[in-house]
Design a protein around this ligand. Sequence first.
Ligand code: 5RP
Length: 233
Amino acid sequence: MNDAEALKKIAGEAACEFVKTGMRVGLGTGSTVKYTVLELGRRIAEEGLEIVGVPTSIATQELASEVGIPLVQLGSLDGLDIVIDGTDEFDPSFQLIKGGGAALLREKIVAQQSAAMVVVADERKQVDCLGAFGIPIEITPFACDVTVSVLASLLNCQVELRMSESKHILTDNGNCIADARIGPTITDPVATEASILNVAGVVQVGLFNNMCDAIVLATTDGVTTLMKPNGRL
Ligand code: 5RP
């Protein structure tokens, strides 16, 4: 395991501290939160932890099933106690860019139903100003090239559809996904989110504002948990 992978593992496992028996847990998507899912599976098998999970992607659903986490439909519950998820960037105000793994729509639906959100990250994800990663945007396949042009004009930057072998990459929801190469310039992520959501054809945008309550951050010096002042945890 290389250093970057080791940091992901440390952060992913440490976040399990927030999970107690009886909780309804949103299970995020990505290579960091994968370690959270694995650790929760271990605790269920070895320590008798009792939880139910709601996965945010087909990939997480498959992994969680493999490791024995009981899964339920979001609609069968009256909300979730917590969601643990990864991020592509976080800023000093705990605002996030997510969707590098194209799971942003389900991730945001689950996050909105959760009483608290814990993010797992390594130090590469910490930024002063959001945007270097690019903003993932899920858009309808219908006229996706037109929607991309509108977004490029609106944001005054390149917006690129994610492609694989000359075909649009589709999300778990059957939509296209694009990345807005805006650069580290997002000083008002709430306004940027609203303006992108206002474009017809946009299904959801990977700006997660005012959702994250804690960040379990792995650095080469160890793991620390950053708690949002006046957050929900
Ligand atoms: C998927 C996401 C991921 O949480 C995000 O891309 C971080 O992934 P990783 O932990 O693999 O870097 O938002 O849509």
